[in-house]
Design a protein. Structure first.
Length: 72
């Protein structure tokens, strides 16, 4: 960028202030999704075994919606 300084045109020194990309974020995201998936499948199995099929279907639908949203 050029700026005026006492009649002279000088190039301004603009430094990059971007932070370095963080590594390991995708690994944490994957572990979190794995834990949520295991918990959801466990909840579906437990509610189905207890005879609460409607609740198991509701949990399955919400879990499917969550994971389809995360995949997009």
């Amino acid at each position: 960028m050029l700026e005026g300084h006492d009649g002279a045109v000088l190039a301004s020194q603009v430094g990059s202030s971007r932070a370095a990309p963080r590594t390991g974020g995708h690994k944490r995201w994957g572990v979190l999704l794995l834990v949520i998936g295991v918990a959801a499948i466990s909840a579906i199995v437990v509610t189905a075994v207890l005879g609460l099929t409607t609740e198991a279907l509701i949990i399955a639908i919400f879990t499917g919606a969550f994971f389809s949203r995360c995949a997009c």
